[in-house]
Design a protein around this ligand. Sequence first.
Ligand code: FAD
Ligand code: SF4
Length: 328
Amino acid sequence: MLRLPEYRYHRPTRIAEVQALLAEHGAEARVVAGGTDLIPNMKHRLFEPAHLIGLSAVEELRGVTVDDDVLDIGAATTLDELGRNAEVRRHAPALAEAARHVAGPQIRNRGTIGGNLCLDTRCTYYNQTEFWRTALGFCLKKDGDTCHVTRVGKKCVAAHSADTPPVLMVLDAEVDGVGPSGPWTHAVKDLFVADGIHNTRLEAGDVVTRIRVPISAARRCVYRKLRQRQAVDFPLLTVAVAATRVDGGWSDLRGVVTGLGSRPRWISGWDRIFEGGPLDDEGIDELAQRAWAQCHPLENMIVDPEWRRAMVPVEVTRALKELRAREG
Ligand SMILES: Cc1cc2nc3c(=O)[nH]c(=O)nc-3n(C[C@H](O)[C@H](O)[C@H](O)COP(=O)(O)OP(=O)(O)OC[C@H]3O[C@@H](n4cnc5c(N)ncnc54)[C@H](O)[C@@H]3O)c2cc1C
Ligand code: SF4
Protein backbone atom coordinates (compact mmCIF):
# COMPACT_ATOMS: atom_id res chain seq x y z
CA MET A 1 0.00 0.00 0.00
CA LEU A 2 1.29 3.49 -0.85
CA ARG A 3 1.11 5.86 2.10
CA LEU A 4 0.89 9.63 2.05
CA PRO A 5 3.75 11.65 3.50
CA GLU A 6 2.86 13.60 6.64
CA TYR A 7 1.23 17.00 6.12
CA ARG A 8 -1.03 19.45 7.91
CA TYR A 9 -4.39 20.12 6.25
CA HIS A 10 -5.91 23.64 6.29
CA ARG A 11 -9.54 24.31 5.37
CA PRO A 12 -9.95 28.05 4.67
CA THR A 13 -13.35 29.43 3.64
CA ARG A 14 -12.20 32.71 1.98
CA ILE A 15 -9.66 33.41 -0.78
CA ALA A 16 -7.97 35.94 1.50
CA GLU A 17 -7.34 33.14 4.03
CA VAL A 18 -5.88 30.93 1.26
CA GLN A 19 -3.48 33.74 0.36
CA ALA A 20 -2.51 34.33 3.98
CA LEU A 21 -1.75 30.61 4.46
CA LEU A 22 0.30 30.51 1.24
CA ALA A 23 2.25 33.57 2.38
CA GLU A 24 2.83 32.06 5.83
CA HIS A 25 4.03 28.62 4.65
CA GLY A 26 5.74 29.58 1.36
CA ALA A 27 7.40 26.73 -0.52
CA GLU A 28 6.19 24.20 2.09
CA ALA A 29 2.55 24.74 1.07
CA ARG A 30 0.45 23.68 -1.87
CA VAL A 31 -3.22 24.22 -2.69
CA VAL A 32 -5.40 21.17 -3.25
CA ALA A 33 -8.80 21.25 -4.95
CA GLY A 34 -10.27 17.78 -5.65
CA GLY A 35 -6.92 16.11 -4.95
CA THR A 36 -7.44 13.59 -7.76
CA ASP A 37 -4.02 14.35 -9.24
CA LEU A 38 -2.09 15.80 -6.33
CA ILE A 39 -2.84 13.03 -3.80
CA PRO A 40 -1.64 10.15 -6.06
CA ASN A 41 1.43 12.25 -6.89
CA MET A 42 2.10 12.73 -3.18
CA LYS A 43 1.81 8.97 -2.64
CA HIS A 44 4.49 8.60 -5.33
CA ARG A 45 6.62 11.19 -3.47
CA LEU A 46 6.57 13.52 -6.48
CA PHE A 47 5.42 16.29 -4.12
CA GLU A 48 5.79 16.37 -0.33
CA PRO A 49 4.20 19.60 0.88
CA ALA A 50 4.15 19.99 4.66
CA HIS A 51 0.93 22.06 4.37
CA LEU A 52 -2.04 21.34 2.11
CA ILE A 53 -4.47 24.20 1.69
CA GLY A 54 -7.89 22.88 0.65
CA LEU A 55 -9.99 24.97 -1.74
CA SER A 56 -13.23 22.98 -1.54
CA ALA A 57 -14.75 25.07 1.29
CA VAL A 58 -14.08 28.40 -0.43
CA GLU A 59 -17.56 29.30 -1.69
CA GLU A 60 -16.19 32.22 -3.82
CA LEU A 61 -14.40 29.66 -6.00
CA ARG A 62 -17.50 27.66 -6.91
CA GLY A 63 -20.36 27.90 -9.35
CA VAL A 64 -21.17 29.04 -12.87
CA THR A 65 -22.84 32.33 -13.80
CA VAL A 66 -23.58 34.14 -17.06
CA ASP A 67 -22.59 37.80 -17.02
CA ASP A 68 -22.49 40.18 -20.01
CA ASP A 69 -22.04 37.43 -22.59
CA VAL A 70 -19.38 35.70 -20.53
CA LEU A 71 -19.62 32.29 -18.89
CA ASP A 72 -17.97 32.78 -15.52
CA ILE A 73 -16.79 29.55 -13.89
CA GLY A 74 -15.36 29.25 -10.38
CA ALA A 75 -12.05 27.35 -10.31
CA ALA A 76 -13.28 24.89 -7.68
CA THR A 77 -16.36 23.93 -9.70
CA THR A 78 -16.22 20.16 -10.15
CA LEU A 79 -15.98 18.57 -13.58
CA ASP A 80 -19.25 16.78 -12.86
CA GLU A 81 -21.03 20.08 -12.16
CA LEU A 82 -19.46 21.60 -15.28
CA GLY A 83 -20.52 18.70 -17.48
CA ARG A 84 -24.11 18.90 -16.25
CA ASN A 85 -24.57 22.66 -15.89
CA ALA A 86 -27.36 23.93 -18.18
CA GLU A 87 -25.61 27.26 -18.98
CA VAL A 88 -22.34 25.51 -19.90
CA ARG A 89 -24.18 22.98 -22.06
CA ARG A 90 -26.07 25.78 -23.79
CA HIS A 91 -23.24 28.28 -24.35
CA ALA A 92 -20.14 26.05 -24.50
CA PRO A 93 -21.32 22.48 -25.16
CA ALA A 94 -17.81 21.34 -26.17
CA LEU A 95 -16.51 22.40 -22.74
CA ALA A 96 -19.24 20.38 -21.02
CA GLU A 97 -18.32 17.44 -23.22
CA ALA A 98 -14.60 17.75 -22.45
CA ALA A 99 -15.43 17.79 -18.71
CA ARG A 100 -17.60 14.68 -19.12
CA HIS A 101 -14.69 12.87 -20.81
CA VAL A 102 -12.21 13.34 -17.96
CA ALA A 103 -11.45 10.08 -16.11
CA GLY A 104 -14.56 8.42 -14.61
CA PRO A 105 -17.57 9.52 -12.49
CA GLN A 106 -15.86 9.26 -9.08
CA ILE A 107 -12.95 11.44 -10.22
CA ARG A 108 -15.25 13.97 -11.89
CA ASN A 109 -17.22 14.25 -8.64
CA ARG A 110 -14.08 15.51 -6.89
CA GLY A 111 -11.83 16.87 -9.68
CA THR A 112 -12.20 20.55 -10.56
CA ILE A 113 -11.70 22.73 -13.60
CA GLY A 114 -8.98 24.72 -11.76
CA GLY A 115 -7.12 21.49 -11.03
CA ASN A 116 -7.55 20.43 -14.65
CA LEU A 117 -5.96 23.68 -15.87
CA CYS A 118 -3.07 23.27 -13.41
CA LEU A 119 -2.65 19.52 -14.00
CA ASP A 120 0.92 18.29 -13.77
CA THR A 121 2.41 16.83 -16.99
CA ARG A 122 2.66 13.04 -17.28
CA CYS A 123 5.37 10.60 -18.40
CA THR A 124 6.10 6.86 -18.23
CA TYR A 125 9.27 7.59 -16.28
CA TYR A 126 7.66 10.03 -13.83
CA ASN A 127 4.21 8.74 -12.78
CA GLN A 128 5.70 5.83 -10.87
CA THR A 129 6.34 4.91 -7.27
CA GLU A 130 9.44 6.24 -5.53
CA PHE A 131 10.86 2.68 -5.49
CA TRP A 132 10.44 2.37 -9.28
CA ARG A 133 12.04 5.76 -9.89
CA THR A 134 14.92 5.01 -7.50
CA ALA A 135 15.74 1.87 -9.51
CA LEU A 136 15.99 3.97 -12.67
CA GLY A 137 18.04 6.75 -11.06
CA PHE A 138 15.21 9.34 -11.21
CA CYS A 139 14.86 11.87 -14.06
CA LEU A 140 15.19 15.55 -14.87
CA LYS A 141 11.65 16.43 -13.77
CA LYS A 142 12.18 15.08 -10.27
CA ASP A 143 15.42 14.39 -8.38
CA GLY A 144 17.55 13.36 -11.42
CA ASP A 145 19.59 14.97 -14.16
CA THR A 146 18.70 12.91 -17.26
CA CYS A 147 15.63 12.77 -19.44
CA HIS A 148 15.00 9.11 -20.32
CA VAL A 149 12.85 10.15 -23.28
CA THR A 150 15.19 12.48 -25.17
CA ARG A 151 18.40 11.23 -23.44
CA VAL A 152 19.96 14.57 -24.32
CA GLY A 153 18.92 18.09 -23.53
CA LYS A 154 17.76 19.79 -20.39
CA LYS A 155 14.07 20.14 -21.11
CA CYS A 156 11.34 17.83 -19.89
CA VAL A 157 8.94 16.66 -22.61
CA ALA A 158 6.33 15.01 -20.34
CA ALA A 159 2.85 15.21 -21.87
CA HIS A 160 0.24 17.84 -21.10
CA SER A 161 -2.73 15.54 -20.49
CA ALA A 162 -5.66 17.74 -19.47
CA ASP A 163 -8.87 17.65 -21.49
CA THR A 164 -10.46 21.06 -20.94
CA PRO A 165 -7.61 23.49 -21.87
CA PRO A 166 -7.73 22.88 -25.68
CA VAL A 167 -11.44 23.79 -25.69
CA LEU A 168 -10.84 26.83 -23.46
CA MET A 169 -8.05 27.94 -25.80
CA VAL A 170 -10.06 27.82 -29.03
CA LEU A 171 -12.95 29.61 -27.25
CA ASP A 172 -10.64 32.51 -26.22
CA ALA A 173 -11.19 31.88 -22.50
CA GLU A 174 -9.29 33.79 -19.85
CA VAL A 175 -8.17 32.65 -16.45
CA ASP A 176 -8.20 34.97 -13.42
CA GLY A 177 -6.20 34.46 -10.29
CA VAL A 178 -4.57 36.04 -7.28
CA GLY A 179 -0.95 35.89 -6.26
CA PRO A 180 1.62 37.51 -4.00
CA SER A 181 1.65 40.63 -6.21
CA GLY A 182 -2.13 40.89 -6.57
CA PRO A 183 -4.79 39.80 -9.06
CA TRP A 184 -3.75 38.62 -12.54
CA THR A 185 -5.37 37.45 -15.78
CA HIS A 186 -3.94 35.25 -18.56
CA ALA A 187 -5.50 34.19 -21.85
CA VAL A 188 -5.68 30.39 -21.54
CA LYS A 189 -3.86 30.15 -24.88
CA ASP A 190 -0.87 31.94 -23.28
CA LEU A 191 -0.98 30.03 -19.99
CA PHE A 192 1.22 27.07 -20.97
CA VAL A 193 4.96 26.94 -21.58
CA ALA A 194 7.07 24.31 -23.34
CA ASP A 195 8.75 22.74 -20.33
CA GLY A 196 7.13 19.73 -18.72
CA ILE A 197 8.84 20.38 -15.36
CA HIS A 198 6.44 23.24 -14.68
CA ASN A 199 4.36 23.90 -17.76
CA THR A 200 2.30 26.97 -16.82
CA ARG A 201 3.04 30.63 -16.23
CA LEU A 202 1.69 30.28 -12.68
CA GLU A 203 4.20 31.35 -10.06
CA ALA A 204 4.62 30.25 -6.45
CA GLY A 205 1.63 31.45 -4.42
CA ASP A 206 -0.68 31.92 -7.46
CA VAL A 207 -4.23 30.63 -7.12
CA VAL A 208 -6.63 30.32 -10.05
CA THR A 209 -9.95 31.84 -9.05
CA ARG A 210 -12.19 31.97 -12.15
CA ILE A 211 -12.27 30.93 -15.78
CA ARG A 212 -14.17 33.24 -18.15
CA VAL A 213 -15.43 32.01 -21.53
CA PRO A 214 -16.86 34.57 -24.01
CA ILE A 215 -20.27 33.56 -25.36
CA SER A 216 -21.00 33.85 -29.08
CA ALA A 217 -24.16 32.51 -30.73
CA ALA A 218 -22.36 32.18 -34.09
CA ARG A 219 -19.37 30.22 -32.86
CA ARG A 220 -19.26 26.41 -32.97
CA CYS A 221 -16.70 24.22 -31.26
CA VAL A 222 -15.93 20.50 -31.42
CA TYR A 223 -13.91 18.44 -28.94
CA ARG A 224 -12.54 14.95 -29.62
CA LYS A 225 -10.51 12.61 -27.42
CA LEU A 226 -8.48 9.55 -28.32
CA ARG A 227 -7.78 7.12 -25.47
CA GLN A 228 -7.12 3.42 -24.97
CA ARG A 229 -10.46 2.67 -23.28
CA GLN A 230 -13.62 4.73 -23.56
CA ALA A 231 -13.54 5.49 -19.83
CA VAL A 232 -11.13 6.56 -17.08
CA ASP A 233 -8.06 6.89 -19.32
CA PHE A 234 -6.03 10.04 -19.81
CA PRO A 235 -5.99 11.29 -23.42
CA LEU A 236 -3.50 9.94 -25.96
CA LEU A 237 -4.60 12.89 -28.05
CA THR A 238 -7.20 15.63 -27.56
CA VAL A 239 -8.35 17.87 -30.41
CA ALA A 240 -10.47 21.03 -30.18
CA VAL A 241 -11.54 23.08 -33.20
CA ALA A 242 -13.74 26.17 -33.37
CA ALA A 243 -15.00 28.56 -36.03
CA THR A 244 -17.62 31.27 -36.46
CA ARG A 245 -20.68 30.77 -38.64
CA VAL A 246 -20.96 33.37 -41.41
CA ASP A 247 -23.02 33.62 -44.61
CA GLY A 248 -21.57 31.10 -47.03
CA GLY A 249 -19.60 29.10 -44.50
CA TRP A 250 -17.13 29.76 -41.73
CA SER A 251 -14.56 32.29 -40.55
CA ASP A 252 -11.93 32.48 -37.83
CA LEU A 253 -11.11 28.76 -37.84
CA ARG A 254 -8.70 27.57 -35.13
CA GLY A 255 -7.49 24.28 -33.70
CA VAL A 256 -5.52 22.96 -30.72
CA VAL A 257 -4.14 19.47 -30.10
CA THR A 258 -2.77 18.12 -26.85
CA GLY A 259 -1.66 14.91 -25.13
CA LEU A 260 1.56 14.82 -27.16
CA GLY A 261 4.10 17.34 -25.83
CA SER A 262 4.45 19.40 -22.69
CA ARG A 263 1.91 22.03 -23.68
CA PRO A 264 -1.20 22.16 -25.86
CA ARG A 265 -0.25 23.02 -29.45
CA TRP A 266 -2.10 25.82 -31.24
CA ILE A 267 -2.04 24.72 -34.89
CA SER A 268 -0.38 27.56 -36.74
CA GLY A 269 -0.95 28.58 -40.34
CA TRP A 270 -4.60 27.49 -40.62
CA ASP A 271 -5.50 31.12 -41.35
CA ARG A 272 -3.22 31.03 -44.42
CA ILE A 273 -4.78 27.84 -45.78
CA PHE A 274 -8.38 28.69 -44.92
CA GLU A 275 -9.41 32.29 -45.38
CA GLY A 276 -13.12 31.68 -44.81
CA GLY A 277 -16.03 30.17 -46.75
CA PRO A 278 -17.32 26.62 -46.91
CA LEU A 279 -15.31 23.73 -45.44
CA ASP A 280 -14.92 21.20 -48.26
CA ASP A 281 -13.24 17.78 -48.06
CA GLU A 282 -10.15 18.96 -49.92
CA GLY A 283 -9.71 21.92 -47.57
CA ILE A 284 -10.19 19.70 -44.52
CA ASP A 285 -7.49 17.36 -45.85
CA GLU A 286 -5.05 20.22 -46.19
CA LEU A 287 -5.83 21.51 -42.68
CA ALA A 288 -5.36 18.02 -41.22
CA GLN A 289 -2.00 17.59 -42.98
CA ARG A 290 -0.89 20.96 -41.62
CA ALA A 291 -1.70 19.74 -38.08
CA TRP A 292 0.21 16.47 -38.68
CA ALA A 293 3.29 18.37 -39.89
CA GLN A 294 3.45 20.28 -36.58
CA CYS A 295 3.06 17.32 -34.19
CA HIS A 296 6.03 15.19 -33.18
CA PRO A 297 5.13 13.04 -30.16
CA LEU A 298 7.97 11.34 -28.27
CA GLU A 299 8.12 8.20 -26.14
CA ASN A 300 6.68 9.90 -23.06
CA MET A 301 3.91 7.31 -22.72
CA ILE A 302 3.62 3.62 -23.46
CA VAL A 303 1.62 4.05 -26.68
CA ASP A 304 3.71 4.16 -29.89
CA PRO A 305 4.48 7.80 -30.81
CA GLU A 306 4.33 7.10 -34.56
CA TRP A 307 0.79 5.76 -34.20
CA ARG A 308 -0.19 8.75 -32.04
CA ARG A 309 1.21 11.06 -34.74
CA ALA A 310 -0.63 9.18 -37.47
CA MET A 311 -3.87 9.70 -35.51
CA VAL A 312 -3.50 13.50 -35.52
CA PRO A 313 -4.85 14.03 -39.08
CA VAL A 314 -7.49 11.35 -38.48
CA GLU A 315 -8.89 13.07 -35.36
CA VAL A 316 -8.52 16.58 -36.82
CA THR A 317 -10.43 15.49 -39.94
CA ARG A 318 -13.18 13.99 -37.79
CA ALA A 319 -13.37 17.15 -35.69
CA LEU A 320 -13.57 19.43 -38.76
CA LYS A 321 -16.26 17.27 -40.36
CA GLU A 322 -18.27 17.38 -37.13
CA LEU A 323 -17.85 21.15 -37.11
CA ARG A 324 -19.08 21.37 -40.71
CA ALA A 325 -22.14 19.35 -39.74
CA ARG A 326 -23.04 22.04 -37.19
CA GLU A 327 -23.87 24.63 -39.81
CA GLY A 328 -27.41 25.18 -38.52
C1 FAD B 1 -7.34 7.44 -12.91
C2 FAD B 1 -7.28 8.89 -13.31
C3 FAD B 1 -7.68 9.25 -14.58
C4 FAD B 1 -7.61 10.58 -14.99
N1 FAD B 1 -8.02 10.89 -16.25
C5 FAD B 1 -7.97 12.17 -16.68
C6 FAD B 1 -8.41 12.49 -17.99
O1 FAD B 1 -8.86 11.67 -18.74
N2 FAD B 1 -8.31 13.79 -18.38
C7 FAD B 1 -7.83 14.77 -17.56
O2 FAD B 1 -7.80 15.93 -17.98
N3 FAD B 1 -7.43 14.48 -16.30
C8 FAD B 1 -7.50 13.21 -15.83
N4 FAD B 1 -7.11 12.90 -14.55
C9 FAD B 1 -6.46 13.94 -13.73
C10 FAD B 1 -7.37 14.72 -12.76
O3 FAD B 1 -8.29 13.87 -12.16
C11 FAD B 1 -8.12 15.87 -13.44
O4 FAD B 1 -7.28 16.58 -14.30
C12 FAD B 1 -8.76 16.84 -12.44
O5 FAD B 1 -9.44 17.86 -13.15
C13 FAD B 1 -7.76 17.49 -11.50
O6 FAD B 1 -8.49 18.37 -10.66
P1 FAD B 1 -8.34 18.34 -9.07
O7 FAD B 1 -9.26 19.40 -8.56
O8 FAD B 1 -8.54 16.98 -8.51
O9 FAD B 1 -6.82 18.78 -8.94
P2 FAD B 1 -5.85 18.57 -7.68
O10 FAD B 1 -5.35 17.18 -7.68
O11 FAD B 1 -6.47 19.09 -6.45
O12 FAD B 1 -4.67 19.57 -8.11
C14 FAD B 1 -3.90 19.35 -9.26
C15 FAD B 1 -2.82 20.45 -9.32
O13 FAD B 1 -3.44 21.72 -9.54
C16 FAD B 1 -3.14 22.62 -8.46
N5 FAD B 1 -4.39 23.38 -8.27
C17 FAD B 1 -5.63 22.89 -8.10
N6 FAD B 1 -6.53 23.90 -8.05
C18 FAD B 1 -5.81 25.04 -8.19
C19 FAD B 1 -6.17 26.44 -8.21
N7 FAD B 1 -7.45 26.85 -8.11
N8 FAD B 1 -5.19 27.35 -8.36
C20 FAD B 1 -3.87 26.96 -8.47
N9 FAD B 1 -3.48 25.66 -8.46
C21 FAD B 1 -4.45 24.72 -8.32
C22 FAD B 1 -2.74 21.74 -7.28
O14 FAD B 1 -1.87 22.41 -6.41
C23 FAD B 1 -2.04 20.59 -8.01
O15 FAD B 1 -0.74 20.97 -8.35
C24 FAD B 1 -7.17 11.58 -14.09
C25 FAD B 1 -6.78 11.21 -12.80
C26 FAD B 1 -6.83 9.90 -12.42
C27 FAD B 1 -6.43 9.52 -11.02
S1 SF4 C 1 10.08 13.63 -20.26
FE1 SF4 C 1 12.11 13.15 -19.44
S2 SF4 C 1 12.44 14.60 -17.76
FE2 SF4 C 1 10.28 14.67 -18.28
S3 SF4 C 1 9.33 13.23 -16.85
FE3 SF4 C 1 9.80 12.06 -18.71
S4 SF4 C 1 11.84 11.20 -18.38
FE4 SF4 C 1 11.51 12.80 -16.84
